[in-house]
Design a protein around this ligand. Structure first.
Ligand code: HDE
Length: 668
């Protein structure tokens, strides 16, 4: 096809500007060059003020259980029916160009293109939030992002301002426990849970209202990386999550989540000692089980990152009849913010809803007109309602239309936080003690790491004071790690932590990990002389488990196998560190191991895999390298030669060797 200008003019030369003579000055007349460079100059749009970095995919929501008893929304009526979705996962704090593995909350936003209009759930991978009232959101985000004078640190909460703010904001304490847990360093977007966070309202055909919390559960199970791994993945592959999502869809392994609701009524809500309108609290699923509704499958990568992933605009006000809001003051504040920010981000006008990724896939007609970048050409002389001059103009429809649920609200105008929002510590304690011992240790490590980057001592002490209100033992462990001794400030509180909340095992990641290699990656280090036949059978056996099999070699062109044939490599050793894989194999001859043992990059490949608690498969020939890396044999060090690959894969499917952790990371 011909290359043309934006006006359709066929371009004769796309290599050279128009000049006077072959070396002469460039002519202003060169409209072809000017159009090209002018468009380029305006390619960037402002990034999202939060959630700037993200990845998305197309797919569908399929109803598996009718919700018609509690919700009249059309997408929840007919079991088996599919509704197209576009889902964007994101990381909140970093700028658009940041890395994927910062410690941070992840966004989990789903746009459902229903027959009654778009329904968006812009949720997170954590069921609670930092603050109770939207008034504090700009302060929270300012404190979290880079400090305004220096411009650093990028994408990190580990700095003075963030901890200063949260230490003065006791309502953040529950969320602090969550963000210091491994939830904020997920292994993959496809291994995260999703939550609507707020209590929403569903309305059925008879007008009855039911409160709900929305949940997504990943089919691949929950999995996170280890903090030291996260730090190294950021350098080795900043696009780790983005690639993982893209590659799994491209390989036909479509990520899937179950969609559930926790449904309850006003009387049930009253039984709790916290308020269901307070977004810093959750309802344990042991108390209110999840009701299955459907599944979401992502089966198509975007065609164009900018046009789709960057320009998609989610908004909590995008609802359909049967789905409504509650008075959660965080949710109410969000109802204003999204459209407002998108007007700036998407062109300074109100017409971005017409972009293909944002447009509804059902009829859309109204009398809103004009504005920047109007892409529709409305016909006729009538642009108002009511009108009588033309028949068949669009009209409101009281029956089929969206009717706000007539909740009864009255009271004085006040700026006040309800007393029922006053308990900031009980669920923080419940979360901590619902974790396995390993996960509790990780939370303590994370507080230690973050606070060790806080240079303002009074801030560190105030955080310890907040932790002390959660549980003195937790505060003491962090204080001991920091070397603060007994220097724990007292932070006064009206509502002390309740110690009698039942633990909720569903809040642990390790407790409900799935023993599977599906969606995971096995990395196999080879060198000249490696047994070619063994690699083929290991690869075949690995692929059968649903995992990917990647070969790492000292040279990217591969290694010469035992039969003289080249074993193709996916990574060169320095560019394929073991942090990128879930389990590794060292398939080496004694000569190769001797060659690699003096090389730090090879030693780090093994010692990192060991300290990141990975299952390591080996051939006896690899021993020199294994010993150099300080590996101590345990259940996760498994021989693979002589057809023993299956034992390795069975062990790898069980996940990390948690029992190894006390050896490699001292517990405080
Ligand atoms: Fe957002 N949030 N948010 N947020 N949020 C935005 O909208 C805001 C909150 C969430 O992939 C912005 O288009 C306020 C909670 C996601 O494009 C902005 C408050 C939850 C995404 C905004 C919150 C979220 C955003 C920035 C406090 C989980 C990315 C760009 C009341 C339930 C969606 C944009 C995507 C994005 C405002 C708190 C989820 C500024 C005022 C709680 C997943 O409008």
């Amino acid at each position: 096809p011909n290359l043309t200008t934006n006006q359709g003019l066929v371009i004769a030369d796309d290599e050279n500007q128009l000049t006077v003579g072959s070396k002469g000055p460039v002519l202003l007349e060169d409209f072809i060059y000017r159009e090209k460079i002018n468009h380029f100059d305006h390619e960037r749009i402002p990034e999202r003020v939060v959630h700037a970095r993200g990845s998305a995919a197309h797919g569908y929501f399929e109803l598996t259980h009718s919700l018609s008893d509690i919700c009249k929304a059309d997408l929840f009526q007919r079991v088996g029916e599919r509704t197209p979705v576009f889902t964007r996962f994101s990381i909140v704090g970093p700028n658009r160009g940041g890395s994927d593995l910062y410690r941070d909350v992840r966004g989990f936003a789903v746009k459902h293109y229903t027959k009654e209009g778009n329904w968006d759930v812009a949720g997170n991978n954590i069921p609670v939030f930092f603050i109770q009232d939207a008034m504090k959101f700009p302060d929270l985000i300012h404190a979290q992002k880079q400090e305004p004078n220096s411009g650093f640190p990028q994408g990190q909460t580990a700095h003075n301002n963030f901890w200063d703010f949260v230490s003065l904001t006791p309502e953040s304490t529950n969320m602090l426990m969550w963000i210091m847990s491994d939830r904020t360093i997920p292994r993959s977007y496809t291994m995260m849970e999703g939550f609507g966070v707020h209590t929403f309202r569903l309305v059925n055909a008879s007008g009855k209202s039911t409160y709900v919390k929305f949940h997504w559960r990943p089919k691949l199970g929950l999995q996170s990386v280890i903090w030291d791994e996260a730090v190294k993945i950021n350098g080795a592959d900043p696009d780790y999550h983005r690639k993982d999502l893209w590659n799994s869809i491209a390989a036909g392994k479509f990520p899937e989540w179950g969609f559930y609701v926790q449904a309850f009524d006003e009387d049930f809500a009253k039984k709790f000692d916290f308020d269901v309108l307070d977004a810093t609290k959750l309802i344990p699923e042991e108390i209110l089980p999840l009701r299955p509704v459907g599944r979401m499958v992502l089966d198509r990568n975007p065609d164009n990152f900018f046009a789709e992933t960057e320009q998609v605009a989610y908004c909590p006000t995008h609802v359909v009849p049967g789905i409504d809001f509650t008075n959660d003051p965080l949710l109410q504040g969000r109802l204003f913010s999204y459209l407002d920010t998108q007007i700036t981000r998407l062109g300074g006008g109100p017409n971005f809803a017409q972009l293909p990724i944002n447009a509804p896939r059902c009829p859309m007609r109204n009398f809103q007109r004009d504005g920047r970048m109007q892409m529709m050409i409305p016909k006729g002389s009538v642009n108002y309602s009511p009108s009588s001059l033309v028949s068949d103009t669009e009209r409101e429809n009281p029956k089929a239309g969206f009717n706000t649920f007539p909740s009864h609200d009255e009271g004085d105008k006040l700026r006040i936080r309800p007393e029922s929002f006053g308990d900031h510590y009980s669920q923080a304690r419940q979360f901590f003690y619902s974790q396995t011992e390993t996960e509790q240790n990780h939370i303590i490590y994370a507080f230690t790491f973050e606070l060790s980057k806080v240079m303002a001592k009074p801030v560190r002490n105030r955080v310890l004071g907040q932790l002390n209100n959660v549980d003195p033992k937790i505060a003491q462990r962090v204080a001991a790690n920091l070397g603060s001794g007994s220097m724990i400030d007292r932070v006064s509180t009206k509502v002390p932590a309740r110690t009698n909340l039942k633990l909720s095992p569903a809040l642990s990641i390790i407790g409900k990990a799935k023993p599977t290699l599906e969606g995971r990656m096995v990395g196999c280090l080879v060198d000249d002389g490696t047994n070619t036949q063994m690699i083929s059978s290991l690869k075949a056996a690995t692929l059968k488990t649903g995992a990917m099999f990647k070969v790492i070699a000292p040279k990217v062109e591969g290694a010469k196998g035992s039969d003289g044939q080249v074993i193709d490599a996916d990574f060169q050793l320095a560019g394929g560190p073991s942090v990128l894989f879930d389990a590794v194999i060292l398939a080496l001859t004694p000569e190769a191991a001797q060659r690699l043992a003096p090389q730090p990059v090879a030693v780090a490949f093994v010692s990192d895999a060991f300290s990141h608690l990975k299952v390591i498969g080996y051939t006896p020939g690899a021993m020199a390298l294994i010993q150099k890396a300080g590996v101590v044999p345990d259940a996760g060090i498994v021989e693979v030669s002589g057809g023993m690959g299956d034992a390795f894969l069975a062990q790898a499917a069980k996940g990390r060797i948690w029992a190894r952790e006390p050896q490699v990371r001292p517990v405080a």
